[in-house]
Design a binder for this molecule. Structure first.
Ligand code: ZN
Length: 345
């Protein structure tokens, strides 16, 4: 599970990635006590990261600090769990205080925009589209993307701020929603309501795999000569599907991730649509459990992990759960695919 340093930057070889994966798969149960620790100080965080870069880290315990503070890149189920955990605290509540740091994320935070548009308004709905969260307020809409490492957490005002807290919205019930993003690939942007649909991030999104027409989306993409895994990651085909669940869905449907979309029979495409919904639903159920266990502090606030049963992802060299053969890993467009060559054609 924990591999040595591969010397390559491809995620599958990266020991941090392996550790994150182990956490995701619930294999590092012993470290769960660390999850209840408040955010580690920034200094420690940076020190661990630097030692990792210099390859001085050799033990799980040394890596655990960083691993447990950097969530696995959120995919649709993780974002949906965040939405569900925030919803009861945001919807119907009024924003009474805004603290925004002018900062360059994927889309920069402009403090004046937040004060002008959000302060004093009541949140009407918290929606998710793909991996975007959209808070609709009376006059404005706030659009959030967690990027690689973003988190949205609920905290009481007296609780210490984590490093890289870029935005704090305090609600009339006294609880704060904080947007934290160490690596700054996320987005937190506020706009007038009528500008929302034209936003570049939303305008090109395909249907949502949880409640959209997955069959139709796959049928429309069925002429593509690209490998099916690449088609599934194309956010204009389906919104919110990432590499982990794309691999898992292909495994469940018995389709090789390398097979061209145009070479997959319609019947198998329909099976794939079912498999996509099934893996996402399973992950949501796993996350929902975490959410209940986590109580007030939502899943994301605790690191964003929940235990999911991964059949192929991250299991290179391990036995296929169906036939016992070895799971293989290939690199496709710079990202890993994991599959069983016997069961997936
Ligand atoms: Zn197999």
């Amino acid at each position: 599970m924990f591999r040595g340093y591969g010397g390559r930057s491809e995620p599958g070889d990266n020991p941090f990635f392996q550790l994150k994966l182990a956490v995701l798969r619930g294999e590092i149960g012993a470290w769960s006590s660390l999850l209840s620790d408040p955010e580690p100080p920034a200094a420690r965080y940076c020190a661990v990261r630097n030692r990792f870069k210099k390859r001085e880290l050799s033990s799980l315990s040394e890596c655990a600090w960083l691993v447990l503070t950097l969530p696995v890149m959120p995919e649709l189920p993780e974002v949906e769990i965040v939405r569900r955990s925030l919803e009861p605290h945001m919807v119907g509540s009024r924003v009474v205080e805004v603290e925004a740091r002018a900062i360059k994320l994927r889309e920069g935070i402009t403090p004046a925009h937040w004060s002008d548009r959000i302060l004093g308004t009541r949140v009407i709905a918290l929606e998710r589209r793909g991996k975007y969260l959209i808070a609709k307020a009376e006059r404005a809409a706030a659009l959030f993307h967690l990027g690689m490492s973003g988190r949205m957490v609920l905290r009481r005002p007296e609780e210490p701020r984590a490093p890289h807290t870029h935005l704090v919205l305090r609600f009339d019930h006294g609880i704060e929603v904080r947007f934290i993003d160490p690596r700054r690939f996320g987005a937190a942007v506020v706009m007038d309501l009528d500008r929302l649909e034209a936003h570049s991030g939303l305008a090109s999104l395909g249907p949502d795999p949880l409640d959209g027409d997955v069959e139709g989306a796959l049928r429309a993409a069925g002429h593509s000569r690209s490998p099916i895994r690449s088609v599934l990651l194309d956010q204009s085909v389906l919104a919110g599907l990432g590499n982990i669940y794309a691999n898992e869905a292909l495994s469940r449907a018995g389709i090789s991730p390398l097979r061209r979309a145009s070479a997959i029979a319609p019947r198998r495409m329909r099976a794939l649509a079912d498999a996509i919904r099934a893996v996402l639903t399973d992950a949501l159920e796993a996350g929902g459990t975490t959410l209940r266990d986590g109580g007030f502090v939502n899943a994301a606030g605790e690191g964003g992990y929940f235990s999911v049963n991964l059949a192929v992802y991250g299991r290179e060299g391990e036995p296929c759960l169906r036939c016992g053969g070895s799971i293989v890993r290939r690199v496709l467009s710079g990202r890993s695919v994991f599959y069983c060559p016997k069961c997936q054609r």
